[in-house]
Ligand binder design. Sequence first.
Ligand SMILES: [Zn+2]
Length: 876
Amino acid sequence: MPSQLLSRLLLGLITVFGLNVSATAQSYLEAEFDPAIPTLTEVVGHAPGERITSPGEMLAYLQALEKAAPERMRMVEYARSWEGRPLHYLILTSAENMARLDAIQADLASVAAGRASNGAALPVTWLASSVHGNELSPTDAALMTAYHLLAAQNDARTEQILSETIVILDPLQNPDGRAHFVDNYRRALGIKPIADRQAAEHDEPWPGGRVNHYMFDLNRDWFTLSQPETRGKVTAMLSWSPVVVADIHEMSGDDTYFFSPAAKPVNPNITDGQLRLYELIGRNNAAWFDRINEPYFTREIFDLFYPGYGDTWNAHQGAIGSTYEQGSPRGLVWERPDGSLLTYADAVRNQFIASIGTVEAVAQNADRFLQEFANYRSANANGAAGRGTYVIDLSKQRWNAEALGRRLTAQGISVVRRAGPAMACGTSYPNGYLAVSQAQPAARLVRSLLDIDTPLPRDFIEDQEARRSDDLPHELYDVTAWSVGIMSGTSVALCPGSVPGTALASTDPIAPIVEGDGAFATAVPWTDAGQARLVALALGEGLSARVTDEAFVQSGREFPMGTVVFPAGANDPEQMARLAVLAQNEGAHIVRLNSSWVEEGPNLGSDAFASLTLPKVAMAWGRGVSPLSAGATRFVLEQRLGVPVTPIRSFRITGVDLTDYDVLIIPDGNPSGVIGQGGARTIRSFVERGGVVVALGNSVSMLAAGKNPLLSVKREAALGRTPDAGGGSEETPPLAEAQEFTTEEEYKSAIENQNALPDILPGALLKTVADQEHYLSAGYADGAVVLASGSRIFSPLDRSKGINVLRFAAADNLIASGYVWKENQRQLAFKPYLMAQPTGAGLSIGFAHDPTTRGYLDGLDLLLANAVLIAPSRER
Ligand SMILES: [Zn+2]
């Protein structure tokens, strides 16, 4: 850091802040500091806000703090990132509390279970930093908060915070993302940090540091628990039952500061009592920001509706869960449009002030926060959120249902299981069920996740419809549907009473199903994601298999289209034994067949069975495709289905040799410009020679471009518009036809944008209908429920060109969950979701909306397997 800028930064602190700043500010609040507690400068060589602390520097500092004050600070590793970086939380409290920490924690567990406290419990405030790795200041602020709470002496505020409460800091929720940011940032630096936002240091190369290694947005993953960072964090938080959680972020550098109360809509599973406490904390933060003359806003933009966020998910556990957002300098200094400079030190200071304001509010109201949390949990346990029970049928997508049950238990939800055949609520469950009661401490999370629909508040919808009629964008920050039973492809019923079963644990293995005792072949019915995973793993180990595109019946058992058969004649006895072990390990369903003879459908030697091998899969990777889509698709294929993926830089596709590959995936995005004409030719010749190209979401448009497209579909304009034919290139503009307006309506219709796209759908779960003859629909005879969002609606494929394998249901039966504008509902009906078109020896497959979004639509994993695992063997 050049000394000139450093002095300007510090000068900025002195003039802006006013309360106290020494030339080496280690805290922004005045106090006497214990010299025995090491400062950040002493350990890593820079003061807070002076440089962007790397994950390694952070760890070194935390270890030094813990070493200096073990009686008041404890550091706990809770997870390892994909790239092997440790994630920690820090417990900060008085020495007296630390000495009885186990008793406090045990009593907190009782309170969280809805039982009476024995008086040992203290309220826990949990401050979580930088879940988005390129949001930098929260981590440095956490280091300052830890230093301040440990080093400030004779400070009444600090003493009250440490004696009345426990503060837990999670200083870095996404260490891989931050490491990527810091590396790129330091590489781009020259002689001094540059305020111009166009400078390379502010402009991260693809995919940026926001996401983790698999390019997930970890702040959408709270109920999906797909990533190790989230799983470890949720387990850790459940062991402490925080009463207040602040998830601390950064937003655009041109914005000020945001803290709660949140914007509308508020999830109806958040209680009025909770909303009052949001107000209490918000007012305390506001008082602090007023004191330092810092602008802020509340109740705008950041809402409290989608439960995959750190704020809403924690609110559903009974905490006061908030998002805080500081304008980001995305580096050390950032010039705002009015010419003023936002420094990293400013950002760190604001985050620190909000952190102190929050822990102070809890400390000043410790009994109230703890009591309201206790009341919330016990009321839920006694049925405040309902007394019914969700029953998840283990007959439909069994493996997905079992995995869903384990994900729910990992979130502190009680789930019971009963093997089949069983009865519940007058319904018979031949393969058993899982049951989740509404009368439990985490009931509001249970309802938010398992209710078919979480309604938007009426007044909010009316406001949004009014905005739409004025051509204003809607104010929904995220999807309107996330019902996890539907997204896992399972069948969930609500029973009015309680339903018995044995408690399920998140670590319980999924029990395999082994039927038959024949030695001729082993069949893997094509019914759920676990079956696809077994097949991919077995193929990866070199086993030989065949897949059928027709159903068959043997010994009275029905085997659906897509069933994969491993013949003993084509695999040696060790391989057949290995298949059984894999099925056991994965909890899959296998049937041992004694013959190739069938009663109905094709014999195993029929042409209906194609030889199946593990495809070699390439994926367009880099600029032009969405990191979220590329990451989630690679994650689903590799980690869930067991299919390895080779990423190839999108801008290199022009020149790559794809002959070794069977499948090329183009994730959602806008890749045409980057892949270019040359790349498009490479892809076409790949398909003509027998390759399978799979385009997701917006990338379908790339395959639909040109005179002779790989997918002969077109995007539709909004209903009632007549888009230009396009391409008029006359030098003199033609005269317009004469028009006469006699009413305002005629005038409005004349100025309507005829090329307008359909209104943007915030995201809803919609039903589709399958073409049951086509193997790409295997496993989805009843259709699939898919997530649709945005304004993308394609016209259907003409029969002469290809097949609409899954199309949206009729308008009156379209919506499975969520809010859909009426015009979208009418226009989406019967339009394609999954389409396929042959060209030459190969096939082009398009998914109108990404089936791997956030890795949370596991009910569609089998559909993706049809396109990636099965299609290449069928087309060859
Ligand atoms: Zn963020």
